[in-house]
Design a protein around this ligand. Structure first.
Ligand code: PEP
Ligand code: CO
Length: 433
């Protein structure tokens, strides 16, 4: 079987030049860091930790700014604090960032006002602007993906080790428009309690440097094979191949064919990996994927990210989890409550209802609780900004509000207040363990 969802490049020699360049650049992440994340995800698979994975549906080159990155990191840190505090469990923090530039599409072409052009496949492949020039796939963009990922990851590393993510800063993350919202006020209370706990720990002699840095990892969908392949390197410690474009890479719902090129490539790398599972997935499909991708059944290696839809999860998930678990497969189960809940508003905007997102996460928790399996985490599309892309939430965003600040070039993301609200609701579900 060939490779699904690949760009059709007009100029093969330009592809070869981009790939040659990518083969020569330094790794974005180190194999040892991937192993550390794998060990953390093993704790998730075993019911001892919770995964928070989030970020844009599609990063853009223009959006790879310091403000944007800081805002995304900040909302993820706030969410992680809420979840950790509520559940007294380690929260594994993974960004959909520093590499999330390529998108699968249901159609190769897009037609607007009688004009048909190649569909936008993410900044990794072509431009969003609806002109022929911009929509023709350009392999040089793959080198730009590397450069943008490097600068984003460099900033994230500085933030998480340089003091910004220090737990003693929990208050300072809660700024501007969030502060006035009910979720922001609720967050202030948690932050006060964390302050008290930190003061107590310091008083009894804990090392304050322990609070200074957090672990944070990068992830993206491994979609454009040329890019992922060119960034796959042999780790000098172990002699094994790692995809050094990100710590964690996943296979999307449209590219998870057992005999497909994406499954083949990811079966050879040692990173922790994920596979999205939509509502048509059978237990046999998932077991076969595990056999191919994780033949040693190593916990932490494989995460199943289910994205069923709020209306389907209570029917589709139980037989899947039950049979896969009974077969002995050891995977982490994570809920993506976004991709099964997208619809088009009457105004034409792609959107999601906050209530559907919550309903899918609630269904996910209920199903795992009733089977005695562990609801291991959430995978969400979010931004640190005050966008208007998903409807509902405490601010009761309506469909007519969507045009105010709709910035996503692909799927609708939760804004910062909605993300924090989600964290509080998930924290309650976790607490009821
Ligand atoms: C995505 O995560 O943006 C995506 C395209 O998801 P899926 O493969 O689950 O449709
Ligand atoms: Co998406």
């Amino acid at each position: 079987m060939g490779a699904a969802q690949q760009p059709t490049y007009p100029d093969r020699s330009a592809v070869d030049a981009a790939v040659a360049k990518l083969r020569s650049v330094p790794p974005l992440v180190f194999a040892g860091e991937c192993d550390e994340l794998k060990a953390k995800l093993a704790a998730v698979a075993q019911g001892e930790a919770f995964l928070l994975q989030g970020g844009d549906c599609a990063e853009t080159f223009a959006g790879a700014t310091a403000d944007n990155t800081r805002n995304k990191l900040r909302v993820l840190l706030q969410m992680a604090v809420v979840l950790t505090y509520a559940a007294s469990l380690p929260v594994v923090k993974v960004g959909r960032l520093a590499g999330q530039f390529a998108k699968p599409r249901s159609s190769d072409l897009e037609t607007r006002d009688g004009v048909t052009l190649p569909a936008y496949r993410g900044d990794a492949v072509n431009g969003y602007e609806f002109t022929l020039e911009s929509r023709v796939p350009d392999p040089h963009r793959l080198v730009e993906v590397y450069n943008n990922s490097a600068s984003t990851l460099n900033l994230v590393r500085a933030f998480v080790t340089g003091g910004y993510a220090d737990l003693r800063q929990v208050h300072t993350w809660n700024t501007d428009f969030v502060l006035g919202s009910p979720a922001g006020k609720r967050y202030e209370k948690v932050a006060n309690e964390i302050d008290r706990a930190l003061n107590f720990m310091q008083a009894i002699g804990a090392d304050p440097d322990e609070f200074h840095r957090v672990d944070f990892h990068s992830s993206h969908e491994a979609l454009v094979l040329e890019y992922e392949h060119a960034l796959t390197r042999i780790d000098s410690r172990t002699g094994s191949p790692y995809d050094v474009s990100g710590h964690f890479v996943w296979i999307g719902e449209r590219t998870r064919q057992l005999d497909g090129a994406h499954v083949e490539l990811l079966s050879h790398i040692k990173n922790p990996i994920g596979v999205k599972l939509g509502p048509t997935t059978t237990a046999d499909d998932a077991i076969a994927l595990s056999n191919k991708l994780n033949p040693d059944n190593e916990p932490g290696r494989l995460t199943f990210i289910t994205r069923m839809g709020a209306g389907k999860i209570r029917d589709a998930l139980p037989p899947l989890v039950e049979k896969v678990t009974a077969s002995g497969v050891r995977a982490a189960w994570v809920c993506d409550p976004m991709h099964g809940n997208t619809f088009e508003a009457s105004s034409g905007y792609k959107t999601r209802r906050f209530d559907d997102v919550i309903e899918e996460v609630q269904g996910f928790f209920d199903v795992h609780r009733s089977l005695g399996t562990w609801p291991g985490g959430i995978h969400v599309e979010l931004t640190g900004d005050d966008v208007t892309e998903c409807v509902g939430g405490g601010e009761e965003l309506a469909e007519i509000d969507l045009s105010q600040r709709y910035e996503s070039v692909c799927d609708p993301r939760l804004n910062r207040v909605q993300s924090l609200e989600l964290a509080f609701l998930v924290a309650e579900m976790l607490r009821k363990a």
